[in-house]
Design a protein around this ligand. Structure first.
Ligand code: CA
Length: 589
């Protein structure tokens, strides 16, 4: 590049740093109507699960089973970090908003991949000690002129979508007490709902809602009742104060019922005999009034959990036919190894099927209530003995990664892992709560059970049967995307993003992204062209089990590359920024 071109490039940077104009000008406000209308907004991806029902189902039709083999990279963007990337990108008005490790937020031109701005939150020293599973972040939320992110040290930050400037921020948890945040904030009406991590640190879980515009606290709902409140009889003594039940994943929302659905995690410590009772509302699905946060109903998957079977994975809301009757259902694939179908109007258990083979922590679920009969032999006592093999291992079944649903087929596409674990308890006198420290009382080890761990499975809800299974040698940790044309996109730990035929389970396309995929794919359309995006980058939980190539990258694919001119269309301001002592002359700021 000639010097004069360099100077032109840098001169352009200063302009955009000052004005921060996106590719389509200033961002338009995202309204409540737009968020509710997401099902018919084919081009964009405004909500974590694309729509409030979390179906991750796109009506876009350009990419089909017939042409998907021709999918090719259009652009890629490095997040500049070798920690895990677990986000679902959002796309609005030509801009992609995506979070990387450490809750870094990037605004990218969704057509060309050029960076418009980035936001990197400050992190307190020592924060790493309260992060169970790496400095990961699962995504963002949009509302008004803002994009919202939760930092690892439990702050909710509202950023101006045009510039990345902080509009307001609120601390919603004390990280030094073990509260952290890794999920995507969830906007319902004019409120941003946030949840906390810390189930391994003796927290008392809760959800909070903040006024989206001002950041004023609207409501707080604890996931463990205080003495005297309904459900408090399921705790003994002071165990409720440090009982866990975190809310670290995102939610779902039914606008008609005005109910927000949110999963809760394990009770603590892991040794169940130290907290006798069902330990409500741990390992449960909660339905809350969206305006007040009041708990309307709960369904507990695993009472008095002793296996770290967090139930945080947000449900897919779908209207399905069960025994010939239409049902407003909530579907959830759980870490305890079962796939659940509930009535989302009242929390009634409809049915569940095993998602993995050889489940042995329970001898079965009550067909009327779904309550498990516990196999006490598989429940570790505080005596330092090892219990093994427990099936499934604590990662599931299905951990946090979101599944997808195709309403035309009535199939849900579920990433499932078939593996086991051993649990070795500490001595009772060694298990003590200390603020901000690990409060588990158990060591664990995961075991494989055969040649393959990962299984992307399709479940036919109406016929209650698994219809296909694509096996992968390593566990799956990526989310899933379904399209109207009958495609299913996901990623794996070998680094492949793939497209599978929704009906047959035949894999039609694979591309090697360079690192393991722990994030979730989306699809969107700009200028009449459909794209598929997925972040790639090993880290977080999977990196406990194997090593592999690292480096976070957002990949975007399309059926044809941009022309040389389109790909280069700038200004590439914000993408490259001047450094002190760098190229001269440095443009005036
Ligand atoms: Ca946990």
């Amino acid at each position: 590049m000639k010097t004069s071109n360099r100077n032109t490039l840098l001169a352009g940077i200063a302009v955009t740093l000052m004005h921060g104009i996106g590719p389509a000008g200033a961002a338009e406000a995202v309204t409540d109507e737009e968020l509710r209308g997401a099902p018919t907004n084919t081009a964009e991806w405004l909500i974590y699960g694309r729509t409030y029902d979390n179906q991750r189902y796109s009506p876009l039709t350009q990419i089909t089973p017939e042409n998907v083999a021709g999918l090719r990279p259009v652009w890629a963007f490095s997040v500049g970090n070798v920690d895990g990337i677990e986000a679902t990108p959002l796309v609005d008005n030509g801009v992609m908003y995506v979070s990387g490790p450490h809750a870094t937020v990037f605004a990218l031109d969704a057509r060309t991949g050029r960076r418009l701005w980035q936001y990197k939150p400050e992190e307190p020293e020592g924060l790493g000690t309260v992060l169970c599973c790496g400095p990961v972040n699962r995504g963002l939320a949009l509302w008004g002129e803002m994009v919202y992110v939760m930092t690892l040290d439990a702050r909710l930050v509202a950023l101006n979508r045009d510039t990345g400037a902080v509009v307001w921020e609120k601390t919603f948890g004390d990280w030094q007490q073990g509260y952290a945040a890794t999920g995507a904030p969830y906007v319902v009406k004019d409120k941003v709902i946030v949840g906390v991590a810390g189930g391994e640190y003796g927290i008392r879980g809760y959800l909070q809602a903040y006024d989206a515009k001002t950041g004023e606290l609207a409501w707080t709902t604890y996931t463990i009742p205080a003495p005297g409140e309904p459900g408090s009889e399921t705790w003994t003594g002071d165990t409720w104060k440090t009982g866990g039940a975190p809310t670290w994943q995102s939610g779902a929302y039914d606008p008609e019922l005005n109910l927000v659905y949110w999963g809760t995690g394990n009770p603590g410590p892991w040794v169940a005999e130290l907290r006798p009772g069902d330990n409500l509302y741990s390992c449960a699905l909660l339905a809350l009034d969206a305006d007040t946060g009041k708990i309307k109903w709960h369904f507990q998957y695993t009472p008095n959990d002793g296996w770290d079977y967090d139930g945080n994975n947000a449900p897919v809301l779908a209207d399905v036919t069960i025994d010939g009757k239409p049902v407003k259902a909530a579907l959830q694939s759980n870490r305890n190894g079962f796939f659940y179908v509930l009535d989302r109007t009242n929390g009634k258990f409809l049915f569940a099927v095993p998602a993995v083979e050889g489940i042995n922590w329970t001898t079965g679920l009550d067909p009327q209530t779904g309550r498990p009969a516990i196999n006490e032999a598989m429940k570790p006592k505080a005596d330092q003995k090892t219990v093994t093999p427990i099936v499934p291992g604590l990662e599931g079944g299905t951990n946090w990664f979101p599944m997808a649903y195709n309403p035309d087929l009535g199939y849900v596409f579920v990433p499932i892992n078939q593996w086991a674990m051993s649990l070795t308890s500490h001595k009772k006198e060694d298990i003590a709560y200390k603020p901000g420290q690990v409060y588990m009382g158990v060591d664990y080890k995961m075991h494989t059970e055969g040649d393959t761990v990962g299984h992307l499975k399709a479940f036919d809800v109406a016929n209650r049967k698994w219809v296909w299974d694509v096996a992968s040698p390593l566990p799956l940790f990526a989310g899933v995307l379904a399209t109207k044309t009958g495609l299913v996109f996901t990623g794996d730990q070998l680094g492949f993003v793939s497209a599978t035929d929704a009906k047959s389970g035949k894999v039609l396309w694979r591309f090697q992204t360079g690192s393991a995929i722990n994030a979730s794919p989306i699809t969107y359309e700009i200028g009449g062209k459909q794209y598929v995006a997925i972040p790639s980058g090993l880290g977080g939980d999977p990196s406990f089990y194997y090593q592999g190539p690292k480096g976070g990258t957002v990949w975007v694919f399309g059926l044809e590359p941009l022309s040389a001119e389109e790909a280069y269309s700038g200004p590439w301001t914000g993408h490259v920024v001047p450094v002190e002592g760098g190229l001269t002359p440095v443009p005036a700021q």
